[in-house]
Design a protein around this ligand. Structure first.
Ligand SMILES: Cc1ncc(COP(=O)(O)O)c(C=O)c1O
Length: 368
C-alpha cells in the first residue's frame, strides 16, 4: 500500500511519513558530483544512508563511479536494480555470507574489505571452488578504532597475503576517518582528517614500494569529502549523508551551508494535554535520537523535541505549544539520517509542496 497519493499536497500525507524534498536531493547530488568532476579522486557514494536504489541510480547518472554498501544484503538489493560496481566497506565473515558474496560476485564487479588473514583464506577458498575471483581492499585503521589493520607493515603483510591467493584480487586500501567527519570546526576537522588520510596514503606508498599496486584507495565521508577528495593518493570518496543530509551534519561548518536539508519526517499533533505540552504521533520507532533530539521549526524558531517515547514525541515549549493544535501537521528534521531512514518502508518524494513520487526504501532493515 502506498503511503500517499501522487499529486497530493504534502500536508495531506498520512503520518508519520518520511519525506524527501526532490529539489534539495537533486541539488545535493549535483553539487557533490560537480566537486569531483575535475578531481583525480572519484565519488563512490555510500548507500547505507538512503538505502534506496532510485537514489543510487541518480548518483550514478551524475557521474559516481560505483556505490559503497555497508552490508551484503544492501549490496544484493542494489545489484537487483542493475548496479554492478559495488564496494562492500565491511568484513564478510562466515560460511553462509561468503557463499552469498560469491553468488553476488558472479555477475557484479564486487570489492570487499578485509582485515584478517583467515578471512582472506576463507573468501579465496570459496571463490576458487566456485571459479570466481573477488576483489578485496585491505581495511586500514586510520584512527577510528573500529575495524582495520594498523597502517604500515601489518597492512603490507595482509596485502601480500592477498597477492599469494589464487581467487582474490588485491585492489588496494580502504580507511575511513569516521572519528573526524562530524568535528564541527573546519580547521580542526581538516587537521585531524589529514592526519588520518596521511596514514592511509603513506601505507599506499609503502606497499607500492614493495611492488604491489593499489588501484583503489578509498576514504572519506560527508564531513571530509573535500579534504579526502583533494588529498593526493586518495582515489575514491565514500560520502553518504550529503544526499539527504540531517540536523547533525547541518551544524558541521562548511557542510550545513553547502548541502540542503532534503530529509524530514512529517508528524501530526495527536494530543494537547496542557497549554505547555503537545504530543505528536512520531516516537523513536519513526525517528532516531542517538545524535540528539529531532529538530523542528515553529514560527521561524528552531526547537528540539523535548522527549521521545516508542510512539510519542513530546514538545514541551509553552510558546510553541500555544500555536499548535490537535490535528496540526509538523515537519521534524532527524539528527541522524541513516538510522531514521532505516526505520521506514517509503520515501514520499516532494517537489514544491506536492507528492511527485513514492520510492520504496528497498534496503531498509537489510543488516545481514
Ligand atoms: C565505512 C564508511 N564509509 C563512509 C561513511 C560515510 O558516511 P557519511 O557520509 O554519512 O559521513 C561511513 C559512515 O558511517 C562509513 O561507515
Amino acid at each position: 500500500m502506498n503511503p500517499c497519493e501522487i499529486g497530493c499536497p504534502k500536508s495531506h500525507v498520512d503520518t508519520p511519513a518520511l519525506l524527501v524534498d526532490l529539489d534539495a536531493l537533486e541539488y545535493n547530488i549535483r553539487k557533490m558530483a560537480a566537486f569531483f568532476k575535475d578531481k583525480e579522486a572519484k565519488l563512490r557514494p555510500h548507500v547505507k544512508t538512503h538505502k534506496t536504489p532510485a537514489i543510487a541510480l541518480k548518483q550514478l547518472k551524475e557521474g559516481a563511479v560505483g556505490i559503497t554498501c555497508q552490508k551484503l544484503s544492501e549490496a544484493e538489493v542494489m545489484a537487483r536494480s542493475g548496479i554492478r560496481d559495488i564496494l562492500i566497506s565491511n568484513q564478510i565473515i562466515g560460511k553462509q555470507k561468503i557463499g552469498r558474496l560469491i553468488e553476488l560476485a558472479r555477475s557484479n564487479d564486487l570489492k570487499v574489505a578485509v582485515d584478517s588473514s583467515q578471512n582472506v583464506e576463507d573468501i579465496s577458498e570459496a571463490a576458487a571452488a566456485n571459479r570466481v575471483t573477488i576483489g578485496v581492499v585491505v581495511e586500514v585503521d586510520v584512527g577510528m578504532n573500529r575495524c582495520g589493520v594498523p597502517p604500515g607493515e601489518p597492512a603490507l603483510g595482509l596485502a601480500l597475503k592477498v597477492e599469494r591467493q589464487r581467487s582474490v584480487k588485491f585492489m588496494g586500501l580502504m580507511g575511513y576517518e569516521g572519528h573526524t567527519v562530524t568535528l564541527s570546526s573546519h580547521p580542526e576537522r581538516k587537521r585531524e582528517a589529514r592526519k588520518a588520510l596521511s596514514l592511509l596514503v603513506d601505507t599506499r606508498k609503502f606497499i607500492e614500494e614493495k611492488g604491489v599496486r593499489c588501484t583503489i584507495v578509498s576514504a572519506g565521508g560527508t564531513g571530509t569529502y573535500e579534504i579526502a577528495g583533494s588529498f593526493p593518493g586518495i582515489t575514491e570518496v565514500q560520502a553518504g549523508s550529503y544526499a539527504t543530509m540531517d540536523a547533525k551534519y547541518g551544524t558541521v561548518e562548511g557542510i550545513g551551508g553547502t548541502f540542503k536539508q532534503a530529509l524530514s519526517l512529517l508528524a501530526k499533533v495527536i494530543s494537547k494535554p496542557s497549554e505547555d505540552r503537545v504530543v505528536i504521533d512520531a516516537g523513536m520507532k519513526a525517528i532516531s535520537h542517538e545524535f540528539g533530539m529531532p529538530v523542528l521549526e515553529i514560527d521561524h524558531r528552531r526547537l528540539e523535541l523535548s522527549s521521545l517515547a516508542e510512539e510519542h514525541g513530546i514538545i514541551r515549549h509553552p510558546a510553541a505549544a500555544k500555536s499548535m493544535n490537535v490535528g496540526d501537521v509538523i515537519e521534524l528534521i532527524p539528527t541522524h539520517g541513516c538510522t531514521t531512514i532505516n526505520l521506514h518502508d517509503f520515501f514520499c518524494g516532494i517537489r514544491k509542496g506536492i507528492v511527485e513520487c513514492v520510492w520504496r526504501i528497498e534496503a531498509r532493515g537489510k543488516f545481514q
